[in-house]
Design a protein around this ligand. Structure first.
Ligand code: HEC
Length: 211
């Protein structure tokens, strides 16, 4: 489960338990502290989880209690942080090889923790199919995100579209603060080069996604 989502549930559970027990419950800061402790304690067995439990500034902002909405200033701060996080490939080319992108988009592994240890893998996958429909006719797809079938056919591959797509994959929160799309480049799950291949996979007329 995503950390922020998990955090929300833990927070709700903590708040729920408090309300059931007595008429008043702790303020937001205390509730947050309690929930964080519960999460940390639950993962104490796994050294590999340690760094992942520390929220960065954007995650802290996104981890609102209950249905509280982002303020405009908060959204602007997240977009600013996201923009600042983006690195471009040394070559300056944002459009790679769609065949490599095809393979990576269907590879949902990498950065996995097993028995408290980080899996040792040469290259992380893109995880895309876990949340998106990709090429037409694929059965094993996720629906957390919108379908990307025909993505390039609908948008063409102008410089602006290439840049948007690269930045969207690098750090989705540049365009949609706190969305459920992981910040794949910013968290170093994917390298800038890998992202260029994913861009080509989404946009190239030869790519199966646009057939
Ligand atoms: C955990 C789920 C998840 C994963 C994994 C994921 N995405 Fe997304 N993606 C989303 C969600 C949710 C949205 C819609 C919200 C947003 O725009 O951030 C989205 C939006 C997008 C968009 C914008 C679509 C548009 O119409 O502009 C693109 C492009 C995209 N994802 C590409 C990718 C690629 C490529 C990968 C793999 C490298 C990937 N996503 C992995 C959940 C995910």
């Amino acid at each position: 489960m995503k950390k922020t989502t998990l955090f929300k549930w833990m927070t709700l559970a903590a708040a729920g338990a408090m309300t059931a027990g007595c008429a008043s419950y702790p303020d937001e800061a205390t509730t947050r502290q309690m929930a964080e402790k519960m999460v940390y304690d639950a993962f104490a067995f796994s050294p590999a989880h340690k760094g992942r439990l520390d929220q960065d500034r954007s995650q802290q902002i996104c981890s609102k209690i209950g249905d509280a909405k982002l303020t405009q200033a908060e959204a602007a701060e997240i977009v600013k942080l996201a923009r600042a996080s983006i690195e471009y490939p040394a070559s300056g080319k944002l459009y790679g090889d769609w065949k490599v992108g095809d393979r990576l988009a269907h590879d949902g592994a990498g950065d996995r923790i097993r028995n408290g240890k980080l899996e040792n893998r040469k290259e992380n996958g893109g995880l895309c199919q876990n949340c998106h429909a990709l090429a037409p006719g694929e059965i094993n797809v996720g629906n957390v995100g919108p379908s990307l079938t025909g993505y390039g056919k609908q948008r063409g591959n102008s410089e602006a579209v290439i840049k948007y797509t690269y930045e969207k994959i690098y750090n989705a929160w540049t365009y949609f603060p706190c969305s459920n799309m992981p910040r794949l480049g910013a968290t170093k799950h994917l390298t800038p080069e890998q992202i260029t291949h994913m861009v080509a996979y989404l946009l190239d007329p030869q790519s199966p996604i646009n057939k």
